[in-house]
Design a protein around this ligand. Structure first.
Ligand code: 3UK
Length: 539
Protein backbone atom coordinates (compact mmCIF):
# COMPACT_ATOMS: atom_id res chain seq x y z
CA UNK A 1 0.00 0.00 0.00
CA UNK A 2 1.41 3.39 -1.03
CA UNK A 3 1.89 6.09 1.56
CA UNK A 4 -0.59 8.97 1.55
CA UNK A 5 2.06 11.34 2.87
CA UNK A 6 2.99 14.21 0.59
CA UNK A 7 5.81 15.10 2.99
CA UNK A 8 7.86 11.89 3.27
CA UNK A 9 10.06 13.09 6.17
CA UNK A 10 9.00 10.32 8.59
CA UNK A 11 9.11 7.48 6.08
CA UNK A 12 12.53 8.62 4.88
CA UNK A 13 13.85 8.45 8.43
CA UNK A 14 12.52 5.04 9.47
CA UNK A 15 15.28 2.65 10.48
CA UNK A 16 16.44 0.44 7.58
CA UNK A 17 14.55 -2.89 7.34
CA UNK A 18 17.40 -4.88 8.92
CA UNK A 19 17.35 -2.63 12.00
CA UNK A 20 13.60 -2.98 12.60
CA UNK A 21 12.13 -5.35 15.18
CA UNK A 22 10.17 -8.33 13.93
CA UNK A 23 6.47 -7.40 13.80
CA UNK A 24 3.90 -10.04 14.75
CA UNK A 25 0.47 -9.50 13.17
CA UNK A 26 -0.74 -13.08 12.76
CA UNK A 27 -3.32 -13.06 15.58
CA UNK A 28 -6.91 -12.79 14.31
CA UNK A 29 -7.47 -9.61 16.36
CA UNK A 30 -4.52 -7.95 14.61
CA UNK A 31 -5.77 -7.91 11.02
CA UNK A 32 -5.94 -4.36 9.72
CA UNK A 33 -6.82 -2.94 6.29
CA UNK A 34 -4.03 -1.42 4.17
CA UNK A 35 -5.74 1.97 4.29
CA UNK A 36 -6.26 3.06 7.86
CA UNK A 37 -6.64 6.38 9.64
CA UNK A 38 -6.81 5.73 13.38
CA UNK A 39 -8.85 8.92 13.95
CA UNK A 40 -11.56 7.41 11.75
CA UNK A 41 -11.56 4.21 13.81
CA UNK A 42 -11.42 5.77 17.26
CA UNK A 43 -13.64 8.81 16.68
CA UNK A 44 -15.72 8.97 13.44
CA UNK A 45 -16.80 5.32 13.61
CA UNK A 46 -18.88 5.93 16.75
CA UNK A 47 -20.73 8.84 15.12
CA UNK A 48 -21.27 6.85 11.92
CA UNK A 49 -22.70 3.98 13.97
CA UNK A 50 -25.26 6.31 15.54
CA UNK A 51 -23.53 6.93 18.87
CA UNK A 52 -22.62 10.57 18.30
CA UNK A 53 -24.55 11.71 21.37
CA UNK A 54 -22.65 9.40 23.71
CA UNK A 55 -20.40 11.06 26.33
CA UNK A 56 -16.78 11.22 25.19
CA UNK A 57 -14.63 13.74 27.08
CA UNK A 58 -15.28 15.54 30.36
CA UNK A 59 -13.41 17.72 32.83
CA UNK A 60 -13.89 17.89 36.62
CA UNK A 61 -15.27 21.42 36.29
CA UNK A 62 -18.13 20.37 34.07
CA UNK A 63 -17.09 20.50 30.41
CA UNK A 64 -18.72 17.55 28.66
CA UNK A 65 -18.28 16.75 24.95
CA UNK A 66 -20.10 13.99 23.13
CA UNK A 67 -18.39 11.96 20.40
CA UNK A 68 -20.14 14.19 17.82
CA UNK A 69 -18.89 17.34 19.54
CA UNK A 70 -15.31 16.08 19.65
CA UNK A 71 -15.60 15.11 15.99
CA UNK A 72 -16.87 18.59 15.10
CA UNK A 73 -13.91 20.24 16.87
CA UNK A 74 -11.36 17.84 15.42
CA UNK A 75 -12.76 18.39 11.91
CA UNK A 76 -12.58 22.16 12.30
CA UNK A 77 -8.99 21.93 13.53
CA UNK A 78 -8.13 19.74 10.52
CA UNK A 79 -9.77 22.36 8.27
CA UNK A 80 -7.77 25.17 9.89
CA UNK A 81 -4.53 23.20 9.51
CA UNK A 82 -5.10 22.33 5.86
CA UNK A 83 -6.95 25.39 4.54
CA UNK A 84 -5.39 28.19 6.58
CA UNK A 85 -2.03 26.97 7.85
CA UNK A 86 -0.80 25.12 4.77
CA UNK A 87 -0.42 21.71 6.39
CA UNK A 88 0.29 18.86 4.01
CA UNK A 89 0.04 15.22 5.02
CA UNK A 90 3.17 13.96 6.72
CA UNK A 91 3.97 17.35 8.34
CA UNK A 92 4.78 17.21 12.06
CA UNK A 93 2.61 19.22 14.47
CA UNK A 94 3.71 19.97 18.02
CA UNK A 95 0.94 19.74 20.62
CA UNK A 96 1.39 21.44 23.94
CA UNK A 97 -1.18 21.53 26.73
CA UNK A 98 -2.11 20.03 30.04
CA UNK A 99 -4.59 17.16 29.66
CA UNK A 100 -7.81 18.78 28.46
CA UNK A 101 -10.44 18.26 25.74
CA UNK A 102 -8.95 20.84 23.33
CA UNK A 103 -5.62 19.00 23.46
CA UNK A 104 -7.49 15.82 22.51
CA UNK A 105 -9.36 17.60 19.69
CA UNK A 106 -6.02 18.86 18.36
CA UNK A 107 -4.58 15.35 18.41
CA UNK A 108 -7.44 14.03 16.29
CA UNK A 109 -7.46 17.12 14.04
CA UNK A 110 -3.80 16.61 13.17
CA UNK A 111 -4.22 12.88 12.56
CA UNK A 112 -7.37 13.35 10.43
CA UNK A 113 -5.39 15.72 8.21
CA UNK A 114 -2.70 13.07 7.76
CA UNK A 115 -0.32 15.03 9.98
CA UNK A 116 1.97 13.55 12.59
CA UNK A 117 1.16 14.47 16.20
CA UNK A 118 4.12 15.23 18.46
CA UNK A 119 3.17 15.74 22.10
CA UNK A 120 5.33 17.73 24.49
CA UNK A 121 5.34 17.45 28.27
CA UNK A 122 3.88 20.61 29.83
CA UNK A 123 6.91 21.25 32.02
CA UNK A 124 9.46 21.25 29.16
CA UNK A 125 11.54 24.40 28.83
CA UNK A 126 12.52 26.22 25.64
CA UNK A 127 15.85 24.40 25.26
CA UNK A 128 14.14 20.99 25.50
CA UNK A 129 11.35 22.03 23.14
CA UNK A 130 13.94 23.20 20.63
CA UNK A 131 15.58 19.76 20.60
CA UNK A 132 12.24 18.14 19.77
CA UNK A 133 11.25 20.75 17.18
CA UNK A 134 14.61 20.49 15.43
CA UNK A 135 14.76 16.70 15.53
CA UNK A 136 11.22 16.17 14.17
CA UNK A 137 11.46 19.23 11.88
CA UNK A 138 8.16 20.46 13.29
CA UNK A 139 6.31 22.84 10.96
CA UNK A 140 3.21 23.68 13.02
CA UNK A 141 2.36 24.00 16.70
CA UNK A 142 -0.97 24.05 18.53
CA UNK A 143 -0.48 25.29 22.07
CA UNK A 144 -2.56 26.03 25.12
CA UNK A 145 -2.22 29.78 25.66
CA UNK A 146 -1.09 29.17 29.25
CA UNK A 147 1.99 27.27 28.01
CA UNK A 148 3.02 29.56 25.16
CA UNK A 149 5.96 31.35 26.82
CA UNK A 150 8.51 28.54 26.60
CA UNK A 151 7.34 27.70 23.07
CA UNK A 152 7.72 31.33 21.93
CA UNK A 153 11.19 31.37 23.44
CA UNK A 154 12.09 28.16 21.58
CA UNK A 155 10.45 29.20 18.30
CA UNK A 156 12.79 32.15 17.82
CA UNK A 157 15.61 29.68 17.13
CA UNK A 158 13.62 27.06 15.20
CA UNK A 159 13.62 27.71 11.43
CA UNK A 160 11.30 24.79 10.54
CA UNK A 161 8.45 26.01 12.75
CA UNK A 162 6.24 28.12 10.46
CA UNK A 163 2.85 28.34 12.18
CA UNK A 164 1.78 28.54 15.82
CA UNK A 165 -1.82 28.81 16.98
CA UNK A 166 -2.96 29.06 20.58
CA UNK A 167 -6.17 27.68 22.02
CA UNK A 168 -8.11 28.59 25.17
CA UNK A 169 -7.72 31.99 23.64
CA UNK A 170 -10.23 34.77 22.88
CA UNK A 171 -7.88 36.47 20.45
CA UNK A 172 -9.13 36.83 16.84
CA UNK A 173 -5.81 35.29 15.81
CA UNK A 174 -6.40 32.27 18.05
CA UNK A 175 -7.35 28.71 17.17
CA UNK A 176 -10.98 28.96 18.34
CA UNK A 177 -11.64 32.00 16.11
CA UNK A 178 -10.16 30.13 13.16
CA UNK A 179 -12.25 27.04 13.93
CA UNK A 180 -15.40 29.19 13.89
CA UNK A 181 -14.70 30.08 10.24
CA UNK A 182 -15.14 26.46 9.14
CA UNK A 183 -18.10 24.11 8.91
CA UNK A 184 -16.83 21.00 10.72
CA UNK A 185 -16.96 18.76 7.65
CA UNK A 186 -13.70 17.04 6.83
CA UNK A 187 -12.86 13.90 4.90
CA UNK A 188 -9.93 12.23 6.65
CA UNK A 189 -6.76 11.75 4.64
CA UNK A 190 -6.76 8.09 3.55
CA UNK A 191 -3.47 7.21 5.17
CA UNK A 192 -1.74 3.87 4.78
CA UNK A 193 -1.83 1.60 7.83
CA UNK A 194 1.93 2.04 7.99
CA UNK A 195 2.02 5.80 7.65
CA UNK A 196 3.41 7.44 10.81
CA UNK A 197 0.77 9.32 12.84
CA UNK A 198 2.64 9.89 16.09
CA UNK A 199 6.16 10.68 17.19
CA UNK A 200 6.53 10.24 20.96
CA UNK A 201 9.72 11.50 22.52
CA UNK A 202 11.14 9.35 25.29
CA UNK A 203 11.23 10.70 28.78
CA UNK A 204 14.86 9.55 28.70
CA UNK A 205 16.98 10.56 31.64
CA UNK A 206 20.29 10.87 29.80
CA UNK A 207 21.36 12.03 26.37
CA UNK A 208 19.27 13.65 23.68
CA UNK A 209 15.58 12.68 23.57
CA UNK A 210 14.75 9.90 21.13
CA UNK A 211 11.70 10.21 18.86
CA UNK A 212 9.75 6.97 18.60
CA UNK A 213 7.60 6.73 15.47
CA UNK A 214 4.27 4.93 15.45
CA UNK A 215 1.98 4.05 12.55
CA UNK A 216 -1.82 4.37 12.42
CA UNK A 217 -1.78 0.56 12.62
CA UNK A 218 0.34 0.64 15.79
CA UNK A 219 -2.28 2.76 17.57
CA UNK A 220 -5.01 0.32 16.61
CA UNK A 221 -2.83 -2.68 17.50
CA UNK A 222 -2.20 -1.22 20.96
CA UNK A 223 -5.99 -0.89 21.42
CA UNK A 224 -6.51 -4.50 20.33
CA UNK A 225 -3.95 -5.96 22.76
CA UNK A 226 -3.71 -4.88 26.42
CA UNK A 227 -6.97 -2.89 26.72
CA UNK A 228 -9.06 -5.52 24.94
CA UNK A 229 -7.43 -8.60 26.47
CA UNK A 230 -6.41 -7.49 29.97
CA UNK A 231 -8.17 -4.26 30.98
CA UNK A 232 -11.50 -5.20 29.36
CA UNK A 233 -13.30 -1.91 30.02
CA UNK A 234 -16.82 -1.27 28.76
CA UNK A 235 -18.72 1.53 27.05
CA UNK A 236 -20.18 2.76 30.34
CA UNK A 237 -16.75 3.09 31.99
CA UNK A 238 -15.39 6.52 32.89
CA UNK A 239 -11.59 6.70 32.58
CA UNK A 240 -9.46 9.12 34.57
CA UNK A 241 -5.79 9.48 35.46
CA UNK A 242 -2.60 11.48 35.78
CA UNK A 243 -0.19 10.63 32.91
CA UNK A 244 0.18 13.45 30.36
CA UNK A 245 -1.25 12.88 26.87
CA UNK A 246 2.29 13.57 25.65
CA UNK A 247 3.32 10.30 27.34
CA UNK A 248 2.03 7.22 25.53
CA UNK A 249 0.84 5.74 28.86
CA UNK A 250 -1.57 8.69 29.08
CA UNK A 251 -2.35 8.94 25.36
CA UNK A 252 -3.48 5.32 25.26
CA UNK A 253 -4.98 5.10 28.73
CA UNK A 254 -6.88 8.39 28.74
CA UNK A 255 -7.73 8.92 25.05
CA UNK A 256 -7.34 5.96 22.69
CA UNK A 257 -8.43 3.12 24.96
CA UNK A 258 -11.64 4.66 26.31
CA UNK A 259 -12.60 5.72 22.77
CA UNK A 260 -11.78 2.31 21.32
CA UNK A 261 -14.70 0.91 23.34
CA UNK A 262 -17.02 3.94 23.13
CA UNK A 263 -16.42 4.88 26.77
CA UNK A 264 -15.72 8.35 28.18
CA UNK A 265 -12.69 9.95 29.83
CA UNK A 266 -12.28 12.72 32.37
CA UNK A 267 -9.26 14.83 31.43
CA UNK A 268 -7.68 16.47 34.48
CA UNK A 269 -5.16 19.30 34.34
CA UNK A 270 -3.99 19.20 37.95
CA UNK A 271 -3.06 15.69 38.97
CA UNK A 272 -1.18 15.77 42.27
CA UNK A 273 -2.40 12.82 44.38
CA UNK A 274 -4.96 14.84 46.43
CA UNK A 275 -6.28 16.62 43.32
CA UNK A 276 -6.50 13.38 41.37
CA UNK A 277 -8.41 11.69 44.19
CA UNK A 278 -10.80 14.67 44.42
CA UNK A 279 -11.47 14.36 40.69
CA UNK A 280 -12.06 10.61 41.01
CA UNK A 281 -14.62 11.16 43.76
CA UNK A 282 -16.31 14.11 42.09
CA UNK A 283 -16.70 12.57 38.63
CA UNK A 284 -17.62 8.99 39.52
CA UNK A 285 -14.68 7.68 37.49
CA UNK A 286 -14.50 3.88 37.21
CA UNK A 287 -11.06 3.23 35.62
CA UNK A 288 -7.98 4.95 37.06
CA UNK A 289 -4.51 5.24 35.48
CA UNK A 290 -1.62 6.52 37.56
CA UNK A 291 1.90 5.76 38.81
CA UNK A 292 2.81 3.64 41.87
CA UNK A 293 3.85 6.63 44.01
CA UNK A 294 0.54 8.33 43.33
CA UNK A 295 -1.42 5.26 44.55
CA UNK A 296 0.76 5.18 47.65
CA UNK A 297 0.34 8.89 48.38
CA UNK A 298 -3.45 8.75 47.91
CA UNK A 299 -3.77 5.74 50.22
CA UNK A 300 -1.48 7.17 52.91
CA UNK A 301 -3.49 10.41 52.99
CA UNK A 302 -6.71 8.64 53.99
CA UNK A 303 -7.69 8.88 57.64
CA UNK A 304 -8.15 5.28 58.75
CA UNK A 305 -6.55 4.15 55.49
CA UNK A 306 -9.87 3.86 53.59
CA UNK A 307 -10.96 5.87 50.54
CA UNK A 308 -14.31 7.71 50.73
CA UNK A 309 -17.16 6.06 48.79
CA UNK A 310 -16.39 5.98 45.06
CA UNK A 311 -17.20 4.15 41.84
CA UNK A 312 -13.72 2.88 40.93
CA UNK A 313 -13.62 -0.66 39.60
CA UNK A 314 -10.26 -0.91 37.79
CA UNK A 315 -6.96 0.70 38.79
CA UNK A 316 -3.94 0.58 36.48
CA UNK A 317 -0.31 1.22 37.49
CA UNK A 318 2.61 1.68 35.09
CA UNK A 319 5.73 3.75 34.53
CA UNK A 320 7.79 2.06 37.19
CA UNK A 321 7.66 -1.09 39.28
CA UNK A 322 4.70 -1.44 41.63
CA UNK A 323 5.99 -2.43 45.07
CA UNK A 324 3.98 -5.22 46.72
CA UNK A 325 3.64 -2.92 49.74
CA UNK A 326 1.91 -0.30 47.59
CA UNK A 327 -0.38 -2.91 46.02
CA UNK A 328 -1.40 -4.05 49.53
CA UNK A 329 -1.92 -0.48 50.77
CA UNK A 330 -4.19 0.40 47.84
CA UNK A 331 -6.11 -2.86 48.22
CA UNK A 332 -6.75 -2.02 51.87
CA UNK A 333 -7.77 1.56 50.99
CA UNK A 334 -9.99 0.83 47.99
CA UNK A 335 -10.72 -2.89 47.96
CA UNK A 336 -9.22 -2.99 44.45
CA UNK A 337 -6.37 -5.20 43.22
CA UNK A 338 -4.19 -3.01 40.98
CA UNK A 339 -3.59 -4.02 37.36
CA UNK A 340 0.17 -3.55 36.95
CA UNK A 341 1.65 -3.36 33.46
CA UNK A 342 5.01 -2.59 31.92
CA UNK A 343 4.96 -0.60 28.73
CA UNK A 344 7.41 1.63 26.95
CA UNK A 345 7.36 4.61 24.63
CA UNK A 346 9.14 2.46 22.02
CA UNK A 347 6.49 -0.28 22.11
CA UNK A 348 3.70 2.31 22.52
CA UNK A 349 1.91 0.68 25.43
CA UNK A 350 1.71 -2.24 27.86
CA UNK A 351 3.08 -5.67 26.85
CA UNK A 352 3.35 -7.52 30.19
CA UNK A 353 0.52 -7.26 32.71
CA UNK A 354 -2.03 -9.13 34.80
CA UNK A 355 -5.67 -8.26 35.37
CA UNK A 356 -7.18 -7.84 38.84
CA UNK A 357 -7.92 -11.58 39.12
CA UNK A 358 -4.54 -12.86 37.92
CA UNK A 359 -2.38 -10.21 39.61
CA UNK A 360 0.42 -11.47 41.84
CA UNK A 361 2.20 -9.27 44.35
CA UNK A 362 5.81 -8.66 43.34
CA UNK A 363 5.30 -9.67 39.69
CA UNK A 364 4.41 -7.39 36.76
CA UNK A 365 2.32 -10.12 35.14
CA UNK A 366 2.32 -12.36 32.06
CA UNK A 367 2.95 -11.48 28.46
CA UNK A 368 -0.06 -9.73 26.91
CA UNK A 369 -1.74 -11.69 24.05
CA UNK A 370 -0.23 -10.47 20.76
CA UNK A 371 3.26 -10.14 22.27
CA UNK A 372 6.01 -12.64 23.09
CA UNK A 373 8.66 -12.00 25.74
CA UNK A 374 11.89 -13.69 26.68
CA UNK A 375 14.68 -13.30 29.24
CA UNK A 376 18.05 -13.19 27.50
CA UNK A 377 21.64 -13.71 28.64
CA UNK A 378 24.44 -11.33 27.65
CA UNK A 379 24.86 -13.12 24.28
CA UNK A 380 21.15 -12.87 23.38
CA UNK A 381 20.32 -16.49 24.21
CA UNK A 382 17.07 -17.26 26.06
CA UNK A 383 17.51 -18.07 29.76
CA UNK A 384 15.39 -20.63 31.59
CA UNK A 385 12.86 -19.57 34.28
CA UNK A 386 14.42 -18.48 37.55
CA UNK A 387 17.39 -16.64 36.08
CA UNK A 388 17.82 -12.88 35.87
CA UNK A 389 18.50 -11.45 32.41
CA UNK A 390 17.52 -8.79 29.90
CA UNK A 391 13.85 -8.50 28.95
CA UNK A 392 13.30 -8.85 25.19
CA UNK A 393 9.88 -8.38 23.58
CA UNK A 394 8.23 -8.75 20.14
CA UNK A 395 4.72 -8.02 19.01
CA UNK A 396 2.50 -5.97 16.71
CA UNK A 397 4.24 -2.73 17.76
CA UNK A 398 7.97 -2.13 18.03
CA UNK A 399 10.77 0.37 18.24
CA UNK A 400 11.23 2.71 15.28
CA UNK A 401 13.47 5.59 16.34
CA UNK A 402 13.48 8.69 14.19
CA UNK A 403 16.92 8.73 12.56
CA UNK A 404 18.83 7.54 15.60
CA UNK A 405 21.83 5.19 15.90
CA UNK A 406 20.47 4.07 19.28
CA UNK A 407 18.03 1.89 17.29
CA UNK A 408 20.81 -0.74 17.35
CA UNK A 409 20.78 -0.70 21.16
CA UNK A 410 17.01 -1.12 21.59
CA UNK A 411 16.54 -3.60 18.73
CA UNK A 412 18.82 -6.60 18.30
CA UNK A 413 18.09 -9.77 16.26
CA UNK A 414 14.49 -8.59 15.78
CA UNK A 415 13.84 -8.29 19.52
CA UNK A 416 13.05 -5.08 21.42
CA UNK A 417 15.35 -4.84 24.46
CA UNK A 418 13.58 -2.62 26.99
CA UNK A 419 16.66 -2.10 29.19
CA UNK A 420 15.08 -3.95 32.13
CA UNK A 421 16.48 -6.86 34.14
CA UNK A 422 13.69 -9.39 34.72
CA UNK A 423 13.18 -12.94 35.94
CA UNK A 424 10.51 -15.33 34.62
CA UNK A 425 8.94 -17.79 37.06
CA UNK A 426 7.57 -21.27 36.35
CA UNK A 427 4.01 -19.95 36.03
CA UNK A 428 4.86 -17.46 33.28
CA UNK A 429 4.93 -14.38 35.50
CA UNK A 430 7.66 -11.79 34.87
CA UNK A 431 9.37 -10.29 37.93
CA UNK A 432 11.04 -6.89 37.58
CA UNK A 433 14.52 -6.61 39.16
CA UNK A 434 15.83 -3.21 38.07
CA UNK A 435 16.84 -1.28 34.98
CA UNK A 436 19.77 -3.26 33.52
CA UNK A 437 22.16 -0.37 34.13
CA UNK A 438 20.85 0.21 37.68
CA UNK A 439 21.78 -3.24 39.06
CA UNK A 440 23.90 -2.65 42.16
CA UNK A 441 27.00 -4.84 42.35
CA UNK A 442 28.27 -4.91 45.92
CA UNK A 443 31.08 -7.25 47.01
CA UNK A 444 30.19 -9.52 44.08
CA UNK A 445 26.46 -9.67 44.81
CA UNK A 446 23.87 -8.38 42.29
CA UNK A 447 21.25 -6.34 44.12
CA UNK A 448 18.21 -4.70 42.54
CA UNK A 449 17.44 -1.31 44.09
CA UNK A 450 13.65 -1.86 43.85
CA UNK A 451 13.91 -4.96 46.04
CA UNK A 452 15.49 -2.93 48.83
CA UNK A 453 12.95 -0.12 48.28
CA UNK A 454 10.18 -2.68 48.62
CA UNK A 455 11.53 -3.78 52.01
CA UNK A 456 11.91 -0.20 53.23
CA UNK A 457 8.36 0.72 52.17
CA UNK A 458 7.11 -1.94 54.59
CA UNK A 459 8.53 0.00 57.53
CA UNK A 460 5.80 2.10 59.18
CA UNK A 461 7.92 5.28 59.23
CA UNK A 462 8.69 5.30 55.47
CA UNK A 463 6.59 7.39 53.10
CA UNK A 464 8.80 7.13 49.99
CA UNK A 465 12.29 5.89 49.19
CA UNK A 466 14.84 5.38 46.45
CA UNK A 467 17.82 3.02 46.51
CA UNK A 468 20.97 3.25 44.38
CA UNK A 469 24.53 1.93 44.35
CA UNK A 470 27.28 4.37 45.33
CA UNK A 471 31.01 3.80 44.74
CA UNK A 472 32.90 2.15 47.59
CA UNK A 473 36.64 1.41 47.70
CA UNK A 474 36.25 -1.94 49.40
CA UNK A 475 33.03 -3.37 47.92
CA UNK A 476 32.91 -1.73 44.50
CA UNK A 477 29.49 -0.33 45.35
CA UNK A 478 27.38 -0.13 48.46
CA UNK A 479 23.61 0.10 48.74
CA UNK A 480 22.43 3.59 49.64
CA UNK A 481 18.84 4.49 50.53
CA UNK A 482 17.24 7.91 50.25
CA UNK A 483 14.24 8.00 52.56
CA UNK A 484 11.30 10.36 52.97
CA UNK A 485 9.76 9.81 56.41
CA UNK A 486 6.06 10.07 57.20
CA UNK A 487 5.18 13.05 59.36
CA UNK A 488 5.64 12.35 63.05
CA UNK A 489 8.84 10.33 62.58
CA UNK A 490 12.26 11.78 63.34
CA UNK A 491 15.36 11.32 61.20
CA UNK A 492 18.61 10.41 62.98
CA UNK A 493 20.95 7.57 63.87
CA UNK A 494 18.29 5.62 65.71
CA UNK A 495 16.06 5.71 62.61
CA UNK A 496 18.95 4.66 60.36
CA UNK A 497 19.59 1.65 62.58
CA UNK A 498 15.92 0.77 62.79
CA UNK A 499 15.57 0.86 58.99
CA UNK A 500 18.73 -1.21 58.49
CA UNK A 501 17.56 -3.82 60.98
CA UNK A 502 14.15 -3.89 59.32
CA UNK A 503 15.64 -4.56 55.86
CA UNK A 504 17.90 -7.32 57.23
CA UNK A 505 14.85 -9.03 58.67
CA UNK A 506 12.80 -8.65 55.49
CA UNK A 507 15.25 -9.71 52.73
CA UNK A 508 18.72 -11.29 52.55
CA UNK A 509 20.82 -9.34 55.07
CA UNK A 510 23.66 -8.51 52.62
CA UNK A 511 21.20 -6.30 50.70
CA UNK A 512 20.66 -3.83 53.56
CA UNK A 513 21.46 -0.17 52.91
CA UNK A 514 24.87 0.61 54.42
CA UNK A 515 24.16 4.29 53.85
CA UNK A 516 20.85 6.02 54.58
CA UNK A 517 20.08 9.66 53.82
CA UNK A 518 16.84 11.42 54.77
CA UNK A 519 15.17 13.74 52.29
CA UNK A 520 12.05 15.92 52.26
CA UNK A 521 11.16 14.64 48.77
CA UNK A 522 12.64 12.58 45.92
CA UNK A 523 13.38 13.74 42.36
CA UNK A 524 10.76 12.42 39.93
CA UNK A 525 9.88 12.92 36.27
CA UNK A 526 6.54 14.30 35.10
CA UNK A 527 5.60 10.68 34.52
CA UNK A 528 6.20 9.57 38.11
CA UNK A 529 9.57 7.87 37.61
CA UNK A 530 12.25 8.16 40.26
CA UNK A 531 15.28 9.93 38.77
CA UNK A 532 18.03 7.65 40.11
CA UNK A 533 20.67 9.52 38.10
CA UNK A 534 19.89 12.63 40.14
CA UNK A 535 20.27 10.70 43.39
CA UNK A 536 23.58 9.35 42.07
CA UNK A 537 24.73 12.86 41.26
CA UNK A 538 23.85 13.85 44.81
CA UNK A 539 20.87 15.96 43.68
C1 3UK B 1 9.79 1.11 33.26
C2 3UK B 1 8.19 -0.37 34.48
C3 3UK B 1 8.43 -2.01 36.08
C4 3UK B 1 10.65 0.07 32.58
C5 3UK B 1 5.03 3.34 29.68
C6 3UK B 1 3.05 2.04 30.16
O1 3UK B 1 6.74 3.80 31.27
C7 3UK B 1 6.40 3.80 30.09
O2 3UK B 1 7.25 4.19 29.07
P1 3UK B 1 8.71 4.85 29.22
O3 3UK B 1 9.30 4.84 27.86
O4 3UK B 1 9.53 3.88 30.18
C8 3UK B 1 9.66 2.50 29.94
C9 3UK B 1 10.38 1.86 31.11
O5 3UK B 1 9.71 2.20 32.34
N1 3UK B 1 8.45 0.59 33.56
C10 3UK B 1 7.29 0.99 33.02
N2 3UK B 1 6.26 0.31 33.56
C11 3UK B 1 6.78 -0.54 34.47
N3 3UK B 1 8.99 -1.09 35.27
N4 3UK B 1 7.09 -2.22 36.16
C12 3UK B 1 6.23 -1.52 35.37
N5 3UK B 1 4.90 -1.73 35.45
O6 3UK B 1 11.99 0.32 32.92
C13 3UK B 1 10.39 0.35 31.10
O7 3UK B 1 11.40 -0.17 30.26
O8 3UK B 1 8.62 6.16 29.92
C14 3UK B 1 4.31 2.51 30.53
C15 3UK B 1 2.51 2.39 28.95
C16 3UK B 1 3.20 3.21 28.09
C17 3UK B 1 4.48 3.69 28.46
N6 3UK B 1 5.12 4.52 27.59
Amino acid sequence: MASAHVDTFARDRLPPPEALPEILLDQPFLRFPDTLNCAGELLDRHVAEGHGARACLRTPDGTAWSYAELQDRANRIAQVLVHELGLVSGNRVLLRAPNNPMMAACWYGVVKAGGIAVGSMPLLRAAELKQIIDKAEISHALCDLRLIDELRAAAAGCPTLRQIRCFHNDDPEGLEAAMARHDGRFANVATAADDVCLIAFTSGTTGKPKGTMHFHRDVMAACACWPAQVLRAQADDVFIGSPPLAFTFGLGGLLHFPMSVGASAVLVERVSPPELLDAVLKTGATVLFTAPTSYRAMALAQPGGRLPPNRLRKCVSAGEALPAATRALWKAASGIEIIDGIGSTELLHIFISADEHEARAGATGKVVPGYVACIMDAEGRPLPPGQVGALAVKGPTGCKYLDDPRQAIYVRDGWNYTGDAYRLDDDGYFHFQSRTDDLIVSAGYNIGGPEVEEALLRHPAVAECGVIGVPDAERGQIVKAFVVLKSGHAAGDAMVQALQAHVKQTIAPYKYPRAVEFRASLPRTETGKLQRFKLRAGG
